[in-house]
Design a binder for this molecule. Sequence first.
Ligand SMILES: NC(=O)c1ccc[n+]([C@@H]2O[C@H](COP(=O)([O-])OP(=O)(O)OC[C@H]3O[C@@H](n4cnc5c(N)ncnc54)[C@H](O)[C@@H]3O)[C@@H](O)[C@H]2O)c1
Length: 390
Amino acid sequence: MENFEFVSPTHFVFGRGAEEQVGAKLSERGAKKVLIHFGGQSAVKSGLIDRLKATLDAAGIEHVELGGVRPNPEIGLAREGIRLCKEHNIDWVLAVGGGSVIDSAKAVAVGAHYDGDVWDFFETKQPTNDVLPIAVVLTIPAAGSEASKNTVMSNDELQLKSGYPNNAQRPKLAFMNPELTFTLPPFQTAAGLTDMFCHLLERFFDDVGAVPVTDNLNLSLMKTVRAEAPRVMVEPENYDARANVMWAGMLCHQGLAGVGRHEDWATHGLEHELSALYPEITHGAGLAVMFPAWMEYVYPENPARFAYYGREVFGLAPTGDVEADALSAIDETRAFFASLGMPTTLAELDVCEDDIEKLIPTLKENKGEPFGSFKKLTKDDAREIYRLAL
Ligand SMILES: NC(=O)c1ccc[n+]([C@@H]2O[C@H](COP(=O)([O-])OP(=O)(O)OC[C@H]3O[C@@H](n4cnc5c(N)ncnc54)[C@H](O)[C@@H]3O)[C@@H](O)[C@H]2O)c1
C-alpha cells in the first residue's frame, strides 16, 4: 500500500426533504451572505431555488443569485461569480445542481479572495487555503463533486478543459435528496452512472499491486452501481434505487476507493480533450466510448488484473486463459455502458478520424509528459487509443 493523505470534511444531510435544512445548517455555521449558484432553468422551474431562498430567509441569511452554468462549465461565468463575491462580501457559496455547477462554485470559491485571474490555479495547480466554504444541493449523481477535492473547468478561449485539485475546496455541507433526481432524463441518469463507474475504474487499474482494503471497497461499489443501474433506468421514481445510486456516486469519487493506490486518470484526460473541443459532448458519454478503448490498448500490461475485475464485477468464470478472460471483461464493460444507452464509438459522438489530430496537441494538461500509471501513455499512444475508439 502506498503512503496517502485523506481529508473528508463534508457533512452530509441525506434523504427526503434534506434541502429544507439548508438555511438552518448554514446558520449554525455562521453564514451571513450566500451566493446561490445554479445552472439552466430546471432548478428554477421546479421551484427548488425558491424553496432554498425561503429556508435562507427563514434563517436570516442574505443571498445573491448567479444562474446559467452550462454543462462542461466555462471559466467566464466563474469570473462573474468571483466579481459578485467581492462586490457583496459573500461568505458561503451554495451550489444547486450537479458536477458542472459544483465545479463552477469551487472555481468561484477559490478565486473569491484572489487578486489575480482564477485560471492561474488551473494552469499552475498552486495550492491555497483561502477558499470560501461551499454547500451543495445535489440534483444529479454522477461527478461526485459534492465531496471531491477536484474542480474541472473549460476555457473556451484556450480550447482547454483543466482540473484543479485542492482539499480546501471540498464542500463543507452536502444536501442529498434522492427525490430531486426523479426528474433526470434517462440519458443524464445513464451518463451519471457511467461517470461514477469510471471513477472506480480509474482507481482500480494502476501500477500498484493489490490493496485489499481499498480494492474490495472499490469492487463492492462497482457491483452496486451495476446492480442498481437497470433499476433506476426502468423505474426513475424508485426511491431506494435512486438513493443507492446517489450515495454510491459520492463514494465513487470522494477518495476512499483509491487510497493507497496511485490511480490512473488517463482516460478522464482523454475524455476532457473531447469535451473541451466539443462542449456538447456529455462527460459520461465520452467516457463510455474512451474507457473500453483505453482498456483494449493497455490490458497486456497486466491481463490478470482485468481477469480479476471480470470475475468479481461481472461474475465471469475463469477459462484458464487469462488473456481471453481479460478481453471478456472489457467486452462486458462496453456492453454494460451500451445497455444504459451510452454510445460505444466516437462516430456516435460525431467525432471522426480527422478530429484526432485536433485532440492530440491539446493534451496540454500533461505538458507533453507521459501520463497515466497502469501504462504510461505518450501522445502516440493517445492517438492509437482515439483510433481504437472510432
Ligand atoms: N469535480 C469533480 O470531481 C468531477 C468529477 C467528474 C466529472 N466532473 C465534471 O462534472 C461535469 C459533469 O457533471 P454532471 O455529470 O454531474 O452533470 P451536469 O452537472 O453537467 O448536469 C447534466 C445535465 O443535467 C441537468 N440536470 C441536473 N439535475 C437535474 C435534475 N434533477 N433534473 C433534470 N435535469 C437535471 C443539468 O441541467 C444538465 O443539463 C463535467 O464537466 C465533468 O468534467 C467533475
